[in-house]
Design a protein around this ligand. Structure first.
Ligand code: EPU
Length: 448
């Protein structure tokens, strides 16, 4: 029978049940919240487990949609994935049935492309969908592909798929990126662990999640480490073994709760949240006047309630770690609405990460989007409840923060995107005293 799979240009993503957050703002936050395991570490650790046939055990894995999609993608390949209890994943990739990562997986989550390096290195071939297919938007993976070629892979691109082979074994080599890429670095590291000989990756991303992956690979028996802050060197091994690993805390979730407390007011303690992972973020919010105290494994935040004072405006430029994280740019934009004066944002990593500010404007924020990379936010503004739409998880979480600080009720449509990356966000905010509900989308969004 002919292959019934659609070509990339015919692909229609399946409908997902839409959700809406209903938030009654104006209540300060108080209490303690535990930060979950890092999404952007857990996804790569799950992928790394296919480098060995032995069982790997991961703990502190966040229970989020992206992890569910990665586990499902692995299971579809024939990898055994078990979840003996929430937050614990055991992966055994003794053998796989398919060396094929379909468009359906790539369309759900760009991070499925992290399977490219480990599957190719371990099994010598893979067919993997381009997550940058035309229907899904411009999301290049050229750096990943070039890195695999630098390690000796033969790669052809047809009908939206990369067909990759490693004749014999991948060969160590020089992987030189034109600029820093987090997953590009990780894919190169993963592939190089089983390549023949030595690989030097430069400039290597310095995000804590990359180091967490390196730590796990070392436990698996890989010879990998940093020889300079921006250089990772790998001596390939013939095989790796199973290992246990506890995922590091999610610094983006931690930063999101820091801003939530700053914009809604109140006093919150974040547990399991080492400041050292937050790069320049803590220093930036400190300069804005937010009270942040770093403990050994905790962060205490005290925020000024809306209407009782303002923060200082600031200019922020996103940059690879240890610079200001692009994933914290949108929460920080909400904080800028509470500053007396004009703050400036320069988004250097992405082309389309300022568009959501149009939705923040519906809550009353004084936002000027100057071009795809620059915006200005003038305050202080008392935000008000509004009906807003989101299409991205960071923007979604940020609009929840806006709604917490706002007067009145907000409906945040497209709330299911937030579940991709934040574990139980409404439960955590409720425990801090917020009034927030997650509802199916068909519920009336007319404020009563
Ligand atoms: N880029 C290319 N070619 C490539 C790869 C990247 O042009 O082959 C470009 C990207 O389009 C972007 C820039 O390089 O403009 C940097 O992207 P990078 O490769 O560093 O991003 P990523 O590895 O795809 C990870 C996180 C993102 C986070 C970025 C930057 C994961 C699963 N995702 O993406 O997280 O924003 O690094 O820190 O690790 C999120 O969690 O919400 C999220 C988007």
């Amino acid at each position: 029978m002919a292959d019934a799979r659609p070509f990339h240009w015919e692909y229609q993503p399946p409908a997902v049940p839409r959700e809406v957050f209903r938030v009654e703002g104006g209540r300060p936050l108080s209490g303690t919240v535990r930060v979950s395991g890092a999404k952007n570490a857990a996804l790569k650790l799950l992928a790394a487990a296919v480098l060995t046939g032995e069982r790997c055990r991961l703990t502190n894995v966040p229970e989020i949609e992206d992890v569910r999609v990665m586990a499902e993608t692995l299971a579809d390949l024939g990898v055994v994935v078990e979840r003996p209890e929430p937050g614990v994943y055991e992966v055994a990739a003794g053998d796989v049935d398919w060396l094929f990562v379909p468009l359906e997986a790539a369309a759900k989550m760009r991070a499925s492309f992290i399977l490219f390096g480990p599957l190719l290195a371990r099994f010598g071939r893979v067919i993997i969908s381009n997550p940058g297919g035309d229907r899904i938007g411009r999301r290049p993976v050229n750096l990943h592909v070039d890195a695999m070629r630098a390690l000796g892979a033969e790669i052809e691109y047809r009908n939206g798929y990369y067909f990759a082979k490693a004749p014999g074994r991948l060969r160590g080599g020089e992987v030189t990126f034109p600029f820093v890429s987090v997953m590009g670095t990780e894919n190169a590291v993963l592939a190089a662990t089983l390549a023949e000989g030595r690989t030097v990756i430069r400039p290597a991303a310095q995000e804590p999640e990359v180091d967490d992956l390196v730590a796990f690979l070392q436990k698996m028996g890989a010879a990998v480490g940093r020889t300079a802050p921006d250089t990772i060197v790998v001596e390939g091994r013939r095989r790796l073994r199973g290992a246990d690993h506890h995922v590091i805390p999610d610094r983006i979730e931690a930063g999101t709760f820091v801003v939530a407390t700053a914009v809604a007011g109140g006093r919150v303690t974040l547990e399991g949240a080492p400041c050292e992972f937050l790069g320049s973020f803590v220093e930036v919010v400190g300069r804005m006047g937010v009270q942040v105290a770093c403990g050994r494994d905790t962060i205490e935040v005290e925020g000024i309630p809306p209407g009782e004072g303002a923060y200082r405006p600031i200019d922020v430029e996103t940059a690879p770690y240890p610079g200001f994280a692009t994933d914290l740019q949108s929460p920080t934009s909400v904080l800028m609405t509470r500053c007396a004066g004009t703050s400036r944002l320069h988004e250097t990593i992405y082309e389309d990460r300022l568009e959501w500010l149009g939705e923040l404007r519906r809550m009353g924020a004084a936002v000027a989007i100057l071009d795809p990379h620059h915006a200005e936010i003038t305050g202080p503004t008392r935000l008000h409840g509004a009906d807003v739409n989101i299409s991205d998880l960071r923007a979604g979480a940020s609009l929840i923060l806006g709604a917490l600080a706002a007067e009145g009720t907000s409906f945040i449509h497209g709330g299911h995107h937030v579940r991709r990356g934040y574990e139980n966000i409404e439960r955590k905010f409720k425990d801090l005293g917020a009034r927030i509900e997650r509802l199916p989308e068909q519920v009336s969004s007319t404020p009563s």
